[in-house]
Design a protein. Structure first.
Length: 360
């Protein structure tokens, strides 16, 4: 396919908008993980499949790269000494008992205020994080002796479902808003393209000769942050922590040597691999913003869910597979009743060749 994307400087947020019927926003996962639908967008014309068809769409020698982050029960409720209600969403756990949070409250408390959290533990506000800017706040969690912030979240927290999922979190969400290979706790949103994998699909991939590797990017709440500027070049991305292990770096080199493709499972994997390729740093924080015109260095194929209109993720997939091609696939998906967003269906994309666009 040909990349018809103009340079990023020609794009506005409105270019990534589309009308989505509310009925297509998935509120619950499919009955079985691999029973989701899969839109094959690797050819000139879309092909409607089911997710368990994926192994047959890949080649022996390809390398699937997963994000093994684990969603934590990061939403916590409490109250101020005045009785006012407070909701915290833990963005990051620091060393010891300190955590970085988003805070939803009618009137923000002063530093030093101790919140009484549901479950019986305390959370003392230490200040802003970073101190001089931003909507994030630094807290000290105060539980029983030996309890870590992760322990407190697991016992007293709630699954941080995205804002477009309207029901309260349930036992189903605790199980299904998590990948089967989640390992490293720290995410407040799931790497949703990986939610479709189950043991049967993984076994079929092994039998096909498709290799697997993993990395970690702890998905932050900023993934749902709206783009508030009109020109996308003016948007400031949020930071997320990542790590590309040496074994994964070696697996990528091995795939290249044998002529295999690097298949990223989800946009978080794309952001991690391309951050590593550009910075040379295998671990750190990334605020990479991928828009049309970006020159990809690692990823050849992308498995992804369907994303929010006007979002940075729509911009990323348009950069990867070509703006016109992606928008046509979205029109097809809407017409065919695909399910959208975190609990929705998936799409397989191939990297479009550059057509004289400027590197992002």
């Amino acid at each position: 396919m040909t990349d018809l994307s103009p340079p990023a400087r020609d794009f506005s947020v409105a270019d990534f908008d589309f009308a989505l019927p509310e009925a297509l926003i998935a509120q619950h996962p499919a009955a079985q993980r691999s029973a989701s639908r899969l839109l094959d967008g690797t050819g000139m014309a879309p092909a409607d499949r089911v997710f368990r068809d994926l192994p047959g769409l890949l080649r022996p020698g390809d390398l699937l790269v997963f994000n093994d982050t684990k969603v934590v029960k990061a939403r916590l409720f409490g109250e101020k000494p005045s009785g006012g209600k407070v909701e915290l969403l833990v963005e990051r756990v620091l060393q010891g008992d300190q955590v970085v949070c988003h805070m939803k409250v009618s009137k923000k408390p002063q530093p030093g205020t101790r919140l009484a959290m549901a479950g019986g533990f305390g959370a003392t506000l230490l200040g802003r994080w970073p101190r001089e800017e931003g909507p994030l706040f630094l807290f000290r969690f105060e539980g029983a002796a030996g309890e870590t912030p992760y322990d407190l979240m697991e016992r007293h927290g709630h699954v941080p479902l995205p804002p477009y999922i309207t029901h309260a979190d349930s036992a189903e969400d605790a199980r299904r808003y998590q990948t089967v290979f989640a390992r490293a706790p720290g995410a407040v949103a799931a790497p949703t393209a990986a939610l479709h994998f189950d043991d049967a699909v993984l076994a079929a991939l092994d039998a096909r000769g498709v290799q697997r590797a993993s990395l970690t990017l702890h998905v932050g709440a900023g993934t749902f942050q709206p783009v508030k500027v009109e020109r996308i070049a003016e948007h400031t991305m949020h930071h997320e922590r990542y790590e590309v292990p040496a074994a994964t770096q070696q697996a990528i080199a091995g795939a290249r040597a044998r002529g295999g493709r690097v298949v990223a499972v989800g946009t978080t994997t794309v952001r991690t691999l391309e951050s590593w390729a550009r910075s040379g740093q295998a671990a750190g924080d990334t605020d990479i913003f991928i828009t049309p015109g970006f020159q990809f260095r690692v990823v050849d194929v992308l498995l992804t869910n369907f994303h929010l209109p006007r979002s940075t993720l729509m911009m990323l997939v348009s950069a990867f597979a070509g703006y016109e091609h992606v928008m046509a696939l979205y029109r097809h998906a809407i017409a065919q009743g695909y399910r959208f967003f975190s609990y929705g269906d998936a799409m397989l994309l191939e990297r479009a060749p550059p057509a004289g666009v400027v590197a992002g």
